[in-house]
Design a protein around this ligand. Sequence first.
Ligand code: PMV
Length: 321
Amino acid sequence: MKIVVSAPGKIMIMGEHAVVHGRPCMVTAVNRRIEVALKITHDNLLTLNASDVGVVNYQKEISNLGKGEIEQKVKFVELALKNFKNKFPFTTGLKISTKADFCRYGFGSSGAVTACVIKGLAELFKININKRDIFDLVYQTILGVQQRGSGFDAAASIYGGTLYFVTGGKVIEQLNTDKLPLVVGYTGVKADTVQLIGLVWKKLAKNPEKVNKIFDKMGELVEKGKKAILEKDYLTLGDLMNQNEKLLEEFGVGTEKLTALIKAALGAGAWGAKLSGAGGGDCIIALVPENKREAVSKAITDVRGEVVEVETGEEGMRVEY
Ligand code: PMV
């Protein structure tokens, strides 16, 4: 029996970093999906292929999952299997392959692949498990791999749509919105999320009062942003995104390239523009009136950014066949 599960990537709208520290954020799922195929085998091995990230025929005994030195590229899948197996024991072998077209943009392929693996295992072994249980297993896996993180990417991959989210899934609220008029610009630079989370963590340890104040302000911006999104008040939302960007810059997670793309988008008529995610590279998002979409896209390209066509509010994980 073979199961194929897919899940969308995500874009952080507002509240990054502060959400790792107990504040809310807003995230939307995008129409770039990862696909994971899973099959039970009659050996006692995990066989993993993830050609998009250069993993070819990685093998490990099922009884040794999670043990020994594990290559970074296979960690999410291997630890997801281990965590699932601890909760729902199995001994059969598994053949797993993954296919994604968005790894390089930082749209959350790790959270998406982990969600697909957990959902796929539940389907293969006919275990009734709801989205919340899947989220908890995926979040446990993310923390197992990178120690820190909010789980917002996992929530977007599992639930889809546009979400108001609080750390660790304390709140996962679906927002009833239209597709957001976003233009996404990729810097061409791969961000190291774990390192950047660590950087902000250090700043917090060094100056808790100041940094907590920034987190609080960011939380307030997200609350206002939620209202603006629900009211489709994009002028206000754009302004809040700009304020969010200023706060992120105080953490030192901006870069020249991110700033160049943001400036270009604003100069061409975007309502608001900011980095999206950890910073250090990856993408910016610009909220843009329809009649300025082309000009904003051109301005981003002119400063050597790559415009990535995406639609927001994409459906969450699903079984394909
Ligand atoms: O770099 P990304 O797109 O994975 O976003 C990271 C967002 C953080 O808030 C910095 C981390 C997190 O887990 O919420």
